[in-house]
Design a protein around this ligand. Structure first.
Ligand code: ZN
Ligand code: FE
Length: 257
């Protein structure tokens, strides 16, 4: 399984999973159809699935047009998103699996950004392969999604699930928000040298127009304040120890940043 990152709209990423031997592809969160269709044509494969993480327009905006082009494709999304994802045919719950090419994707139910949000995790199947996490707007590189339909406690629970995955997991999040996220992170975790180093790397990359997605989950665990509610520095910065309170306060501060 290969993965192509396709920039879309102003700061979205669409991810195309494809297998050139089997000549098939699946797309994660097609914000728009056109760039996906162009790339499919270029590599000459058929689109057989859309994996949606949640119903927001910048994640499902391309569904209709892609279905028109590939009437046989299958649209997957969270069970709780029933009625909100165009063309949805499969309603996924925690621990369900999806199949693409020779890989199995495990579904995590990760409410918080929306009440129905899911993430897909493709575990490595052979030595040398990496785990791939498609987490939509739940976990971002250096940050996390806003709480539109959920509570801090829910989001902590959701992020706790993702945090248990191996450090080598690649995090394919749906937006290029990394630089701004790390600027905020530095205001609450300024003595974190891993964070300082990451910020320097990301700043340089963005100056050169290089994407910062995917990131590594191991790096997120060390530098993303929204995965670090149980560290002394973030507890001090928020004046709390209870995970949902630490997280809730951080989210509030970020919303105003
Ligand atoms: Zn969203
Ligand atoms: Fe989004």
């Amino acid at each position: 399984m290969e993965i192509k990152r396709i920039p879309a709209l102003s700061d979205n990423y669409i991810f195309l999973l494809y297998d050139l031997d089997k000549k098939v592809a699946a797309v994660v969160d097609p914000a728009e159809a056109e760039p996906v269709l162009q790339y499919l044509k270029k590599i000459n494969v058929e689109l057989i699935a859309i994996f949606n993480t949640h119903h927001h327009f910048d994640h499902v905006g391309g569904n209709r047009k892609l279905i028109e082009h590939f009437p046989n494709l299958c649209v997957y999304g969270g069970a709780e998103d029933k009625g909100r994802i165009p063309g949805q045919q499969v309603f996924l719950q925690e621990d369900d699996t999806v199949k693409f090419a020779d890989r199995l994707g495990q579904v995590f139910f990760v409410p918080g950004h929306t009440r129905a949000h899911i993430a897909y995790y493709f575990a490595p199947t052979t030595e040398g392969e990496t785990g791939e996490l498609f987490c939509g707007d739940t976990l971002f590189a250096g940050g996390c999604g806003r709480l539109f339909e959920g509570t801090p406690a829910q989001m902590v629970n959701s992020l706790s699930k993702l945090r248990t995955l191996p450090d080598s997991t690649r995090v394919w999040c749906a937006h290029e928000y990394t630089l701004k996220n790390l600027q905020f992170a530095l205001t609450v975790d300024k003595d974190n040298t891993d964070l300082q180093n990451r910020y320097a790397r990301v700043k340089k990359a963005r100056t050169q127009g290089i994407a910062t997605v995917p990131s590594l989950l191991g790096v997120e665990k060390l530098t993303n304040p929204f995965l670090r509610w149980d560290t002394a520095s973030l507890q001090a910065a928020t004046g709390n120890q209870e995970p949902a309170r630490v997280f809730g306060r951080l989210r509030q501060m970020k919303d105003r940043f």
